[in-house]
Design a protein around this ligand. Structure first.
Ligand SMILES: C[S@@+](CC[C@H](N)C(=O)[O-])C[C@H]1O[C@@H](n2cnc3c(N)ncnc32)[C@H](O)[C@@H]1O
Length: 279
């Protein structure tokens, strides 16, 4: 891990993420291939090209650039933002460490005919990338330990703006109520927007906060999909006793909605763009 001169807020963030990761490591059962994101990569794939173009995040971000400027999307996932914003930019670079996510992004880029996108297999902390006009980083920081180094590198890589997108609570929070019933303990919460707003001033970064449309996760298409994704989020192996407990818990936790099933406690999340200028 990279190190930087951390503020006390950065140290508090790191401690919170370390505790959450330690809990994951302690409870983790054997998993297929260790790619945490692969089972949910489909959730980060943009919908149809037209729908993605009208997504308010894409519209707001595209207003920050002109067609001869470049975008760097850090932790681009399956290209939910990188792919549609490529229509508004000279070039988009997507940095993404998950193979499952990169494969989905590349497939969609091919289907959509996006030719001004390059995909880099790396964690941001180790990526070697030239500065771009706009740097985007959506829903990535929650699990980052060396947060201040990570943010400072975003700033140093932006010629004009950094757009950090965050929920008040990570979307993974929708799995939290399952932890007690399946693991017999509450999930340790990750830091989020509140803490981001605390440490940006400590890094001398002045930002504005732009609210985006509320967002609710796509429903599980089937109960089996709810089981598979919940197993992955709770780090449990499909053949274990805990998987059977989870199946019983899900019987009482899912409600039928248009297009499939949702947790009965699911509610819309409010994302924000936390935007600052660098040049
Ligand atoms: C919740 S997904 C968000 C994906 C996409 N930005 C979006 O909003 O649809 C988080 C992504 O961040 C990536 N990620 C996690 N840690 C990272 C790191 N240290 N550097 C770069 N990407 C990272 C994960 O692989 C995953 O694809």
């Amino acid at each position: 891990m990279q190190t930087t001169n951390q503020t006390s807020i950065g140290k508090g963030w790191q401690r919170a993420v370390e505790l959450e990761h330690a809990q994951s490591d302690r409870l983790r059962e054997d998993l297929d291939d260790g790619d945490f994101w692969k089972p949910v990569a489909h959730r980060f794939t943009p919908p149809s090209k037209e729908e993605a173009a009208n997504d308010d995040t894409v519209v707001q971000l595209s207003n920050l650039i002109s067609s001869n400027e470049t975008v760097l999307d850090v932790g681009a996932g399956a290209g939910r933002i990188a792919l549609p914003i490529a229509d508004h930019a000279k070039h988009v670079t997507a940095v993404e460490p998950s193979k499952g996510m990169r494969e989905r992004m590349a497939q969609t880029a091919e289907v959509w005919g996006v030719s001004n996108l390059s995909i880099i297999d790396s964690e941001w902390q180790h990526a070697e990338v030239e500065p771009h006009d706009l740097v985007v980083c959506a829903h990535v920081v929650y699990t980052v330990q060396d947060i201040e180094f990570f943010i400072q590198k975003l700033s140093a890589s932006a010629k004009k703006h950094v757009a950090l997108i965050s929920f008040k609570r990570p979307a993974m929070a929708q799995y939290l109520p399952l932890w007690d019933s399946v693991h017999g303990e509450a999930r340790i919460a990750l830091p989020s927007l509140l803490e981001i707003e605390q440490f940006l001033p400590a890094l001398d970064i002045s930002y504005e906060k732009i609210p985006l449309d509320t967002w609710i996760s796509r429903p599980f298409k089937t109960i089996e999909q709810a089981q598979t994704e919940s197993q992955a989020r709770l780090f449990i192996s499909p053949d274990s006793e805990k998987a059977q407990v989870l199946a019983r818990v899900l019987e009482d936790s899912l409600v039928e909605v248009e297009g499939g099933y949702r947790f009965k406690w699911s509610e819309p999340h409010q994302p924000f763009i936390v935007l600052w200028n660098t040049g």
